[in-house]
Design a protein around this ligand. Structure first.
Ligand code: COA
Length: 152
């Protein structure tokens, strides 16, 4: 059974382990980076459990757009362990994060994804995100990112 709940500090090591299993060295967060994002004042932090074990999580945040003075959401990361993929966990995490951002007053949400991460790009498109622009050499100073966005 899939259940979602808020992040608790005791989950930290498990989230680090999942992030390192989901991304290659250099793109996966260091403990300091992960702690930084989890500690952001307005961070959305949701974990997904399958039969009581954490299998995935999402971190998002909101910021004030300089151009429009509106609150915007940003998906910082969404990670699901390979063994738990294609079971709808990622979708549940995404929907819950967007809902929290909407309630926090965000009218738009954006994210960055590596241009070669085809599964994630398909996942985001399924969730209504469209490609906005390429961010050259965004990862490891060599791999381009695709900036994607969606109206909430
Ligand atoms: C992207 C990710 C979060 C998706 O999680 P998930 O739990 O597998 O997602 P869901 O089961 O909710 O998938 C929903 C839909 O997205 C699409 N999708 C997801 N994975 C896909 C894949 N590997 N290939 C093609 N489409 C895919 C499908 O349309 C899928 O619906 P379906 O299974 O009914 O066909 C997961 O693959 C992941 O953690 N990847 C590694 C980390 C990562 O790349 N994160 C995002 C970059 S920041």
């Amino acid at each position: 059974m899939l259940t979602l709940r808020e992040y608790r500090p005791l989950d930290f090591e498990r989230l680090l382990e999942i992030d390192q299993a989901c991304f290659v060295h250099g793109i996966a967060y260091t403990p300091t980076e992960l702690r930084h994002f989890l500690n952001l004042k307005s961070a959305v932090r949701i974990v997904g459990e399958q039969d009581g074990e954490i299998k995935g999580f999402v971190i998002a945040d909101k910021f004030r757009s300089r151009r429009s003075d509106q609150s915007m959401g940003q998906i910082i990361t969404i990670d699901v362990l390979e063994e738990a993929r294609r079971t709808g966990l990622g979708s549940q995490l995404m929907t819950a994060a967007e809902e929290q951002l909407r309630k926090a007053g965000c009218s738009y949400v954006s994210l960055e994804v590596a241009v070669d991460n085809f599964p994630a790009i398909k996942f985001y498109k399924k969730h209504g995100y469209t490609g906005l622009k390429i961010l050259p050499r965004y990862y490891l100073n060599s791999l381009d990112a695709l900036l994607m966005g969606k109206k909430l």
